[in-house]
Design a binder for this molecule. Structure first.
Ligand code: NDP
Ligand code: 2IT
Length: 443
């Protein structure tokens, strides 16, 4: 049995009931075969065994009182996965589906994504099964304060720097920051995605979506195409989806779909983003309201199956949202490129199907790295106690995304997998972390 299959087997046995974690590990490990074969030292140093085992896993009770005076209990998580190249860095997800396996898959992906940014950040992720939907501001604050009352002792600007993810936006980061400061009596850049009056970075809000389009643009350019005049389907209607749609439109494309957890909209004339921002960012309401703004648009209840013809598909909602059925619909409609704004939105089978059909496919750990990269820029600004302009941050972000594209393209080519950006991203992200782990000894 090869070293890769042996470790994968062990990961499956040691992590029962964690299908998403096993899926993420399988995708990475299988594409590392050529590097592992070329470098026997990785096996001698047990790099794959070490890199698949988090350095530290925290699970804790989060009790809080709701508006009816009733005590509620949620489960909190922080997975400090790998600190070889920098302090743990990664978001906090607040969603009822959150469990240990989900946070571990996200933390594992984050190691390689953060490595690809070229910035000094290790991999981590956290969150809770708390559902912010339908909660009052006071309830969200009560939850955040309780969550931070345990988390604060494990994090810090040089130890572990959490940020936003699904369900965690500016409001939640504000409450978390306030409680951290109160408990530690320290004003430090312990979280990113902060408000602009207390250490936040301009362009962080836009960064993941804009970054996704910068890398998509570079991919198209490298294949003698452009986004100008292209039709784009985006899924999700949150932070990543909205700013992906905004940059796509700025680059001359027409975005015709968005989705949320209850339905999806199709606007053949191009999505009106001011309307979506009002519905989602201000009212925290459902996409079904979009018809009130654009009566000619379509709203459909249920899951979007990628049935609308498009040149570029950008899944920006959640894991495994694009399955074989969706992929086949995209292929039938002659999609050119699929670039992942969410983390692992495409199933392994759907990824293989798309790649087999010659669709250009850029995986999330490369394509959505603009968010965490800009978080690292926020950390730099906090350390220097100064702020860059929107243009400065945006320019750095674009440079980072263009670099990531060429690094993953070159890594794939070097190992004989030209055009396979999944293999390229995994190899390019892995090698730096693995070599650093060896340099730092058995820790
Ligand atoms: P948001 O909470 O802002 O938005 C998530 C969107 O996806 C919402 O529209 C939500 O619907 C929809 N959604 C979430 N879960 C489900 C589900 N189970 N089924 C169907 N729809 C769902 O999160 P983000 O935009 O920040 O995150 C989206 C993805 O991007 C995630 O995979 C995240 O890990 C990833 N990501 C985020 C980064 C960031 O900087 N924020 C950076 C890199 C990756 P509804 O509106 O109904 O809630
Ligand atoms: O998945 C991700 O990269 C994020 N949610 C952003 C993490 C961060 O630290 O900005």
């Amino acid at each position: 049995m090869s070293y890769v299959s042996d470790v994968l087997e062990k990961v499956i046995v040691k992590n029962p009931a964690q299908p998403e974690f096993v899926q993420a590990v399988k995708e990475v490990l299988e594409s590392l075969e050529p590097v592992i074969e070329a470098n026997p030292q990785y096996q001698k140093e047990a790099i794959l065994e070490r890199i698949t085992e988090p350095e530290r896993q925290l699970m804790f009770r989060v009790p809080w009182v709701d508006d009816n005076g009733k005590v509620q209990v949620n489960r909190g998580f922080r997975i400090q996965f790998n600190s070889a190249i920098g302090p743990y860095k990664g978001g906090l997800r607040l969603h009822p589906s959150v469990n240990l396996g989900i946070i571990k898959f996200l933390g594992f992906e984050q190691i390689f994504k953060n490595s690809l940014t070229g910035l000094p950040i290790g991999g981590g992720k956290g969150g809770s099964d708390f559902d912010p939907k339908g909660k009052s501001d006071r309830e969200v604050m009560a939850f955040c304060q309780s969550f931070m009352t345990e988390l604060f002792r494990h994090i810090g600007q040089d130890t572990d720097v959490p940020a936003g993810d699904i369900g965690t936006g500016a409001r939640e980061i504000g409450y978390l920051f306030g409680q951290y400061k109160r408990l530690k009596n320290q004003y430090e850049g312990v979280l990113t995605g902060k408000g602009l009056t207390y250490g936040g970075s301009l362009a962080r809000k836009e960064a993941t979506g804009y970054g996704l389009l910068y890398i998509t643009n570079e991919l198209m350019k490298d294949h003698d195409m452009s986004l100008e005049g292209k039709t784009v389907c985006v899924s999700g209607a949150g932070n990543v989806a909205i700013y992906a749609a905004e940059k796509a439109a700025q680059l001359g494309a027409k975005v015709v779909t968005l989705t949320d957890s209850t339905g999806w909209i199709y606007d053949a004339e191009g999505i009106d983003l001011d309307a979506v921002k009002e519905i989602k960012e201000v009212k925290r309401a459902r996409l079904s309201e979009y018809k009130n703004y654009r009566p000619n648009a379509e709203y459909n209840e249920g899951k979007f199956l990628w049935t609308i013809p498009c040149d570029v598909a950008l899944p920006c909602a959640t894991q495994n949202e694009l399955d074989v059925e969706g992929a086949q619909n995209l292929i039938n409609n002659k999609v050119t490129a699929v670039c992942e704004g969410a983390n692992m939105p495409t199933t392994l089978e759907a990824t293989k199907l798309l790649q087999g059909a010659g669709v250009l496919f850029v995986p999330g750990k490369a394509a959505n790295a603009g968010g965490v990269a800009t978080s690292a820029l926020e950390m730099s600004q906090n350390s220097m106690r100064l702020s860059w302009t929107f243009e400065e941050v945006d320019q750095k972000l674009e440079g980072i995304m263009v670099n990531i594209y060429h690094n993953i393209a070159n890594a794939a080519k070097k190992y004989g997998f030209e055009g396979n950006y999944v293999v390229g991203a995994n190899i390019a992200g892995f090698v730096k972390v693995a070599d650093t782990m060896i340099a730092q000894g058995v820790v």
